[in-house]
Design a protein around this ligand. Structure first.
Ligand SMILES: NC(=O)c1ccc[n+]([C@@H]2O[C@H](COP(=O)([O-])OP(=O)(O)OC[C@H]3O[C@@H](n4cnc5c(N)ncnc54)[C@H](OP(=O)(O)O)[C@@H]3O)[C@@H](O)[C@H]2O)c1
Length: 318
């Protein structure tokens, strides 16, 4: 097996939630180098992470380019041995369609891997994605998976559901809703199987270390209804919350109106379909393949999010 410390990573979509976390954890725990690829100066600035030491920062190279610019991405990949493709969207707009974010970026990434020193590639996809899905987002992700799995380079697709991590937007929203006396939810019986962001990062590292080729479905330790998830969040805060169900058809009607009227609607039908997907899989086969131990449980994950929130509040007071 290769020496994990000697690896050089190419990470696309590096300024996102999971990209920033991957950079912090990878540079903290090994001597690995990272070429972090982003598509704007604003995104490059997001990677000016105060948590990095000077020595860790010296092992991070940030490159700004267009993910469909083959020549530029190939240049960034020089010397890299592992790749992590994190480019993805939940909501498409007219100016940013799914095909551009998913299939087009995947096609360039696959080609670059095949033409460079990269030996293994990992792609994060969404649980439920497949090319023939009736949902536009899941179908596009599924087609991107096929493109990457079709590369000559050994590639692993990790399909995960809702990821919860300290400080990310979705986790913050979940904590806010759990703290309310009453909240509203479309189809509250819809099944969630949230996975802790730290476990996702571990899985990416294991997939690369083991050079796993193929698709794996990985989700959190427990599948529970959206209503129960909100109630567990409330309970972890020592509170109770009542969840009022709204019909999903109402959600789709609101999304359709927004899509008809707004250039950048806050909610789309495809997005709602992904959020409403019932996530209920056995994570054991993927854990076995990745040689990973049990995943962080729901309560443990919520408590990690709450602890970080409490720290942030304390820093504000200081
Ligand atoms: N977080 C989750 O709950 C979750 C669950 C399942 C799967 N995943 C997958 O995991 C990956 C990383 O997730 P994340 O939470 O880190 O996502 P994120 O924070 O939203 O970051 C997404 C990245 O994709 C880039 N991007 C967005 N729109 C783009 C477009 N139209 N063209 C090219 N690049 C674009 C973003 O760049 P800008 O900042 O410049 O826009 C950013 O670098 C994604 O592919 C996502 O589908 C995430």
């Amino acid at each position: 097996m290769q020496d994990a410390n000697a690896q050089q990573w190419l990470v696309t979509g590096a300024n996102g939630n999971l990209g920033r976390r991957f950079i912090l954890e990878t540079l903290a725990s090994a001597e690995a180098k990272i070429c972090a690829v982003v598509r704007s100066q604003r995104a490059a600035e997001q990677l000016e992470m105060s948590e990095l030491t000077g020595e860790q920062r010296a092992r991070l190279d940030v490159v700004v380019l267009d993910y469909t610019d083959h020549k530029a991405l190939l240049g960034a990949a020089q010397g890299c041995t592992r790749a992590l493709h994190l480019v993805g969207i939940l909501k498409a707009t007219k100016s940013a369609p799914y095909t551009q974010a998913h299939e087009e970026s995947a096609a360039v990434m696959a080609k670059v891997c095949d033409e460079s020193s990269i030996e293994h590639l990992t792609y994060l996809s969404i649980l439920g994605s497949h090319a023939s899905s009736p949902n536009a987002c899941l179908a596009s992700k599924g087609r991107a998976e096929e493109i990457l799995l079709g590369a000559k380079t050994s590639a692993c697709v990790l399909r995960v559901p809702m990821v919860l991590g300290e400080g990310d937007y979705a986790s913050g929203a979940l904590l806010t809703r759990g703290a309310q006396v009453r909240s509203f939810a479309f189809r509250p019986e819809s099944l969630e199987q949230p996975i802790y962001a730290g476990d996702v990062i571990k899985a990416v590292g294991q997939a690369a270390l083991l050079k796993h080729a193929g698709a794996l479905d990985l989700a959190g330790a427990e599948s529970l209804s959206r209503k129960e998830l909100l109630q567990r969040v409330a309970a972890c805060m020592g509170k109770t919350t009542s969840v009022v169900g709204l019909p999903i058809t109402l959600g789709y009607a609101i999304a359709a109106c927004m899509q008809a009227l707004l250039a950048n609607p806050p909610l789309t039908s495809a997005m709602l379909g992904v959020l409403d997907h019932d996530d209920d899989i056995d994570p054991a086969p993927a854990l076995q393949v990745l040689q990973m131990q049990a995943l962080c449980g729901v309560e443990a994950t919520i408590n990690k999010l709450l602890a970080t929130n409490a720290d942030a509040e304390l820093k504000k007071v200081d």
